[in-house]
Write a protein that binds this ligand. Structure first.
Ligand code: GDP
Ligand code: IMO
Ligand code: MG
Length: 433
């Protein structure tokens, strides 16, 4: 059963990209299954830092093939820019290395304009989206008038379709949102040019993955966003418009559940969030600055896609246990452990309190989360720099105790602890088959 799924266990930016890069060592296919260019995945290999929005992180390994599955929404403009950047950096992204599902949906400038217009209309209740047109593209998909990648194969019909789509969106933009219309003919011409370049990338990715699994090759499903941003299981309405949780990989790639081997939850050793929405363990002041950094290091907590400072807080084990339940993690990975060196004590949220009653799990999932207060356990921190740790024994006992407590409360073994952004800055306690 060689399908492994890598899932964000929090609000995104947990370090999925760098973990996928590690696991891709043994994979033949690395496949994105949800979201679009709202994602920003960072892979650091020596001097090179790749910031990937659509292309799967596993392509930083030369032996892999990348897939954009049917669950992904593709902005062809971003994709082509990213392909160009990667090629310039020495990474081949030729049509024999990247395959796009014909059933994936396209993002257009109309989706981006509608995203901005909808956010403006929400006013103080805005979601804080990445403005990449993600919500409107998935709205079109579920409304059953979205534009699929396969439509690029018929050039003439495609140009007409884009023109009609932009004209329809213009009626919404001008009539409802009081926003500027787009030039339908210009966008149609732009998309026709994209279609001509992208046609060789289109392939039956579900079949490709199925055939690889049949002959025992490892396929890695790369999650984008995170569990708490899941449309169904996240902190609705402050979520994205797809299903980043593990079951989303099956729908988003066209694979059956019996192929799943590992579900690896990637969690940061603390908690971050970009955009609006509840965050019970959020910090401000000096401690927040220490966790976030000031932007001088490439790994400081500023959004990879939008550059926004990320909100930061203590690790929330109630929400991580929840993530464990909805994903069924076989292993957890803890990233950015090095950032906790020198913080004492380190606080862990182990329960929620309301009207004097402490709950180990939120009574109604994330619904009404903001009406509860976090209950903390304080653990002694460590002073040592752990960035060169390679094995469990290299970690200070206080750091080991922090990990053991997390493992204990969440109920999943911690298989990997990352101690720096570099590929090899990793304490490995488990190995994938
Ligand atoms: P993703 O969206 O889940 O792939 O995560 P991002 O790439 O958006 O954000 C994670 C950031 O943390 C990136 O800048 C990574 O290079 C960095 N990073 C990942 N793991 C570690 C780690 O163990 N230590 C440090 N210091 N940085 C890390
Ligand atoms: P990666 O894959 C962090 C957040 C946005 C916003 C909400 C909805 O790098 O972990 P959207 O544009 O999707 O409609 O925005 O979701 N968001 C992310 N936050 N990491 C991401 O991706 C995100 N993708 C979306 O900030 O709160
Ligand atoms: Mg990110």
């Amino acid at each position: 059963m060689p399908l492994d799924i890598v899932v964000g266990a929090q609000w995104g930016d947990e370090g999925k990209g760098r973990m996928v890069d590690l696991f891709a060592e043994k994979a033949s296919i690395v496949a994105r299954y949800s979201g679009g260019d709202n994602a920003g995945h960072t892979v650091t290999v020596g001097e090179q830092i790749f910031k990937l929005h659509l292309v799967p992180s596993g392509l930083a390994r030369p032996h892999t093939i990348g897939v954009l599955g049917n669950g992904v929404v593709v902005n062809p403009n971003t994709l082509l820019k990213e392909i160009k950047q990667l090629e310039e950096g020495g990474v081949s992204v030729s049509p024999d290395r990247l395959k796009i599902s014909p059933a994936a949906h396209l993002i257009t400038p109309a989706h981006r304009a509608l995203d901005a217009a909808q956010e403006a209309m929400r006013g103080k209740d805005s979601i804080g989206t990445t403005m990449r047109g993600i919500g409107p593209a998935y709205m079109d998909k579920t409304a059953r008038h979205g534009i699929r990648v396969a439509e690029m194969l018929d050039e003439e019909a495609f140009a007409d379709r884009i023109e009609a789509h932009i004209k329809a969106a213009n009626r919404l933009l001008t009539g409802i949102y009081d926003a500027e219309p787009l030039d339908a003919k210009v966008v149609a011409a732009e998309y026709l040019a994209y279609a001509r370049i992208l046609t060789p990338y289109i392939a039956d990715t579900s079949r490709m993955i199925g055939e690889a699994l049949q002959v025992g090759e490892k396929v890695l499903a790369e999650g984008a966003q995170g569990t708490l941003l899941d449309l169904d299981h996240g902190t609705y309405p402050y979520v994205t418009s797809s299903n980043p949780t593990a079951p989303g990989a099956l729908i988003g790639l066209g694979v059956g559940p019996t192929w799943v081997n590992e579900v690896i939850g990637v969690a940061k050793a603390f908690q971050t969030r970009v955009g609006e929405g509840g965050f019970p363990t959020e910090l401000d002041g000096e401690m927040a600055t220490q966790l976030r950094g000031t932007g001088t290091n490439p790994w400081d907590e500023f959004g990879t896609t939008t550059g926004r400072p990320r909100r930061v807080g203590w690790l929330d084990l109630v929400l991580l246990r929840y993530a464990m339940r909805v994903n069924g993690f076989t292993h957890l990975t803890l990233t950015k452990m090095d950032i906790l060196s020198g913080i004492n004590p380190i606080r862990l949220c182990v329960g929620y309190k309301r009207n004097g009653v402490v709950y180990p799990d939120l009574p109604l999932g994330t619904y009404q989360m903001d009406a509860y207060y976090p209950v903390y356990e304080d653990l002694p921190g460590w002073e040592e720099d752990i960035q060169s740790a390679q094995k469990w024994e290299d970690l200070p006992v206080k750091c080991q105790n922090y990990v053991l407590r997390i493992q204990d409360v969440v109920g999943a073994p911690v298989g990997w602890i990352s101690v720096g952004p570099e590929r090899e800055q990793m304490v490995r306690m488990a190995e994938l088959e």
